[in-house]
Ligand binder design. Structure first.
Ligand code: 2M8
Length: 444
């Protein structure tokens, strides 16, 4: 039992609430990211969902991840959306026209971009839960790992080669949506160079589901999002042509750290089933991207930075992505410096925070907007990811503090997409699958 203000919440019932959200967003083979705002499968959401589902049912978690792979492109890319039959989301399949891409899968409608590769963490969770429970769960998990290991390997190999052809150790992205932190102010400078020209008209659907429109990106931002899609579509989603022509090219430090960390996790899984050649390649990928992330650390602030390829400049905005090294770097000096910044007055120690949780942008940054989407609010799923990185390298006390604080923030049981850092109020969608999934993982 935890106290928060006047409300007392029994964590048992919070777990039941989380389970209820995952079950009601379950469409059989896929869990939609949110009931109305996001009625499809999102790549990284599905991985977090599987992390939660594995606590409830190993076979159901396996199904979720197999569904993710059913949308995988022939070149290895896992697309950021796999569409269900639901209408009412912009941009839907008719805007993406991914069937125009030579690598797109047949019979599955997908988007044409990717998202952060957190999937190996979900595979490890499924395998871990399966091995722990034994019996049929263990068999299902082991079978799943042997069946799908190559597909996950191909995904990582695609990112490492196609998105980092010159081996900078950073993943290059071509749309803010690829980062998962869509309109983070870390992209403002890069988006300032994206000037939409004449294009097919479109109607936003997200504003039908979020009453306060200031919690979502602006119309101008949406026109830039659509413009970039149209640019990629016009070259048939060809990787090289996209790189040569797209208006948005950024090396994403958080995605790079996730690739480094997840490649180590996948390597461990590979080693456990004797896939030694691929495991060695994954270790090398991990090493390359860890080095890239380390080089991106600002000597001045201690935060890791993204790099804008078109302007040739580092991006200095103080966002949560600055803590990317905590996901993949074991070096104690690097970690200690990052932890000092994280626990200091610009982040967890900020005096206006309702809970000591990482905000998507530092409250002390001029770019901070407390209720606007990825520009300031707290995202429970990112708190979970940071906590995962802390535990992986032995920073357990802070990980536990984040877990406790986050559970208190979630105590009302609305499983919101994001939260106002100062008031703790829920924002964006309610019953968001990945929020429920991480809560479930924290509670079980
Ligand atoms: C948000 O992004 C989608 C586009 O991909 C949207 O705004 O329509 C982001 O928070 C993204 O990271 C997330 O995967 C997706 C579904 O939850 O929603």
């Amino acid at each position: 039992v935890q106290q928060r203000g006047h409300t007392t919440v029994h964590f048992g019932s919070l777990a039941e609430g989380a389970e209820y959200v995952l079950r009601s967003n379950d469409r059989g083979r896929m869990t939609v990211a949110a009931p109305r705002l996001y009625p499809h499968l999102w790549s990284w959401d599905a991985a977090f969902v599987a992390i939660g589902l594995a606590r409830l049912s190993v076979p159901r978690a396996v199904t979720e991840l197999r569904t993710v792979l059913s949308g995988q492109w022939k070149n290895g890319m896992i697309p950021h959306i796999q569409f269900s039959d639901s209408a009412g989301y912009f941009p839907g399949p008719d805007r993406w026209r991914s069937e125009w891409a030579r690598h797109a899968p047949t019979g599955v409608a997908t988007s044409g971009i990717c998202q952060p590769p957190v999937h190996a963490l979900a595979v490890a969770q499924v395998v871990g839960c399966g091995r722990e429970r034994g019996g049929a769960d263990r068999l299902a998990a082991e079978q799943f790992l042997t069946d799908t290991f190559d597909a996950w390997f191909n995904w990582h190999a695609w990112l490492a080669s196609v998105r980092d052809p010159y081996e900078h150790g950073m993943v290059e992205i071509h749309h803010g949506w690829e980062s998962g932190l869509d309109n983070s102010p870390r992209w403002d400078h890069s988006y300032a160079m994206v000037a939409p020209g004449a294009m097919e008209p479109f109607e936003r659907t997200d504003l039908h589901h979020v009453a306060d429109h200031t919690q979502r990106p602006s119309d101008y931002e949406y026109s830039q999002y659509a413009w970039l899609i149209d640019q990629m579509r016009s070259v048939g989603y060809d990787d090289e042509l996209t790189r040569a022509s797209i208006d948005f090219r950024v090396r994403d430090v958080l995605m790079s750290a996730i690739l480094a960390a997840a490649s180590d996790v996948l390597a461990e899984l590979g080693e456990s089933i004797g896939r030694l050649r691929q495991a060695a390649e994954l270790r090398a990928i991990s090493e390359r991207f860890r080095a890239g992330v380390t080089r991106a650390i600002s000597p001045v602030t201690g935060l890791a930075r993204d790099f804008d390829v078109r302007s040739g400049e580092w991006i200095h905005t103080a966002t949560v992505a600055g803590f990317a090294p905590l996901l993949c770097c074991a070096d104690r000096a690097i970690r200690d410096r990052q932890l000092r910044v994280l626990t200091g007055p610009q982040w967890l120690g900020h005096d206006r925070l309702a809970f000591a949780l990482p905000t998507s942008t530092s409250p002390t940054s001029p770019a901070f907007r407390r209720t606007t989407y990825w520009r300031g609010p707290v995202w429970p799923v990112l708190t979970w990811l940071l906590g995962w990185g802390l535990r992986r390298f032995g920073d357990d006390a802070l990980a536990e503090q984040l877990r406790q604080q986050s559970l208190q923030q979630l105590a009302h049981g609305d499983f919101a997409e994001y939260y106002d850092p100062f008031s703790g109020a829920p924002l964006g969608s309610r019953n968001q699958s990945w929020t429920a999934a991480v809560a479930l993982d924290w509670l079980t």
